[in-house]
Design a protein around this ligand. Structure first.
Ligand SMILES: NC(=O)C1=CN([C@@H]2O[C@H](COP(=O)(O)OP(=O)(O)OC[C@H]3O[C@@H](n4cnc5c(N)ncnc54)[C@H](OP(=O)(O)O)[C@@H]3O)[C@@H](O)[C@H]2O)C=CC1
Ligand SMILES: CC1=C(/C=C/C(C)=C/C=C/C(C)=C/C=O)C(C)(C)CCC1
Length: 317
C-alpha cells in the first residue's frame, strides 16, 4: 500500500522494454516518492521485472494483471487499486506492425489500433473521471516519433500513433481546466523486444498480394536502412525511462517530449513546408537515393534544418 506522501503510478505493459524500465526506475527512487503499480497482461512474464526491481518488489513496486484490450480487465484492475486513486497513469503498452499494406490482414491492422489507440482511450476513460474529481493527476502516453511523422512501410503503426496524438491533443485542453496534465513521450528507435518482435514477424512474412517491386523495396532498401538507423540512433529503454521521470517530476510538464534530438529536424521539416513536399521528397531521397549510404545520411539528417537540402530535394518523378 502507498504510504502518505507517495505518488501512486500505474504503468501498462511492464513485462519488457520501456514499461519495465520506467517501473524499476520509479520504484528505486532514492526518496521513495513513488508507489508503482506495474501491470502486464500475463503475470507469467513477471520474472524479468521482479529480478530488475530487486528489493523494491513488494515495497515500492507491486504487480497487477491488465490487458489494455479488455474492458473487463481494465475495470477490474483499476477497481482493485485502493480508492481507485492513481496520481500518474503511464500508458506504455503497444505493438508494432511493419510491411507492405497489401500483405497485412485487416485483422492484424485492427489489433494494432485496438492496443495502441483504443487501449489508451480505454485506460484514460477509466482513470480520468477520478482525476478530474480530485482536480489533480498526470496522464503520460508513450507515443513515438511516428506519431508526428509518417515512415514508409510503417503505415498502420504510424496511423495508430497519429490517432493517439490527435486524441491527446484534444483531451489536453479540457483536462488542464481540471488541473490534470497530459504528456506525450515521443521516442525514435529504442532497443527493446519491439524491434526483435517486428523482425521476427517480418522473417515469417510471405507478402500475399504485394507485387515483386514493392517486396524488393521493402526487403532490400527499407530493412537495411532501418537497421542502420536503429544502430546509429537507437536509444536504450533506460534513456526513455529517465526522460519519462523528468517529465513527471516537472512542475510544469511539457505536452510534447521528443527523446532523441536527432529527430528534431525530421519533425521540423513538416512545419517548414506547409505543402508537405519537403517531407515527402526528403524521405524519398533519404531512402531511395541515400539509403545505401545510410551512415553518411545520418550526418545529413543533422543538418536538415539548414536550407541546403531543401533547395536540393527533387521531385520523385
Ligand atoms: N522500441 C521502439 O523503438 C519504440 C517503442 N515505442 C513505444 O513504446 C511502447 C513500449 O514498447 P517497447 O518497450 O519498445 O516494446 P516491448 O515489446 O518490449 O514492450 C511492449 C509491452 O506492451 C505490452 N502489451 C502489448 N499488448 C498489450 C495489451 N493488450 N495489454 C497490455 N500490455 C500489452 C507487452 O506485453 P506482452 O509481453 O504481453 O506482449 C509489453 O510489455 C509502445 O507503446 C511502443 O509503441 C515508441 C517509440 C519507439
Ligand atoms: C529507413 C528510413 C528512416 C527510418 C526510420 C526508422 C526505422 C524509425 C523507427 C522508429 C521507431 C521504431 C519508432 C517506434 O515507435 C528514416 C529515418 C525515416 C529516414 C528515411 C529512411
Amino acid at each position: 500500500m502507498a504510504s502518505s506522501g507517495q505518488k501512486v503510478v500505474l504503468i501498462t505493459g511492464c513485462s519488457s522494454g520501456i514499461g519495465l524500465r520506467i517501473a524499476v526506475l520509479l520504484a528505486k527512487d532514492e526518496k521513495k516518492r513513488y508507489h508503482v503499480i506495474a501491470t502486464m497482461r500475463d503475470l507469467k512474464k513477471k520474472d524479468k521485472l521482479v529480478e530488475a526491481a530487486g528489493d523494491a518488489y513488494g515495497q515500492t513496486l507491486m504487480l497487477l494483471p491488465l490487458d489494455v484490450c479488455s474492458d473487463e480487465s481494465v475495470k477490474q484492475c483499476i477497481n482493485s487499486v485502493k480508492d481507485r486513486h492513481i496520481d500518474i497513469l503511464i500508458n506504455n503498452a503497444g505493438v508494432g506492425l511493419l510491411g507492405p499494406v497489401e500483405s497485412i490482414s485487416m485483422e492484424d491492422m485492427k489489433r494494432v489500433f485496438e492496443t495502441n489507440f483504443f487501449g489508451v482511450v480505454r485506460m484514460i476513460k477509466e482513470v480520468m473521471p477520478d482525476m478530474k474529481k480530485r482536480r489533480a493527476g498526470h496522464i503520460v502516453v508513450m507515443s513515438s516519433v511516428m506519431g508526428l511523422q509518417g515512415v514508409v512501410f510503417n503505415d498502420v503503426y504510424t496511423a495508430s500513433k497519429f490517432a493517439m496524438e490527435g486524441f491527446c491533443e484534444s483531451m489536453a485542453v479540457q483536462l488542464l481546466k481540471f488541473n490534470v496534465h497530459l504528456s506525450m513521450i515521443e521516442p525514435g528507435p529504442v532497443h527493446t523486444e519491439f524491434e526483435t518482435k517486428m523482425m521476427e514477424d517480418v522473417a515469417k512474412m510471405e507478402y500475399p498480394g504485394a507485387d515483386a517491386d514493392t517486396v524488393r523495396y521493402f526487403k532490400d532498401v527499407y530493412l537495411p536502412s532501418s537497421k542502420d538507423i536503429f544502430e546509429a540512433m537507437g536509444q536504450t529503454p533506460e534513456d526513455i525511462a529517465k526522460c519519462t521521470k523528468k517529465v513527471i517530476e516537472s512542475s510544469n510538464p511539457r505536452f510534447r517530449n521528443l527523446t532523441n534530438s536527432l529527430y528534431t529536424p525530421i519533425v521540423a521539416m513538416k512545419y517548414a513546408d506547409e505543402t508537405g513536399g519537403l517531407s515527402v521528397n526528403t524521405f524519398y531521397n533519404l531512402l531511395f537515393n541515400f539509403g545505401p549510404l545510410m551512415h553518411i545520411t545520418m550526418s545529413i539528417l543533422k543538418c536538415l534544418t539548414c536550407s541546403c537540402l531543401r533547395r536540393r530535394t527533387v521531385s520523385p518523378n
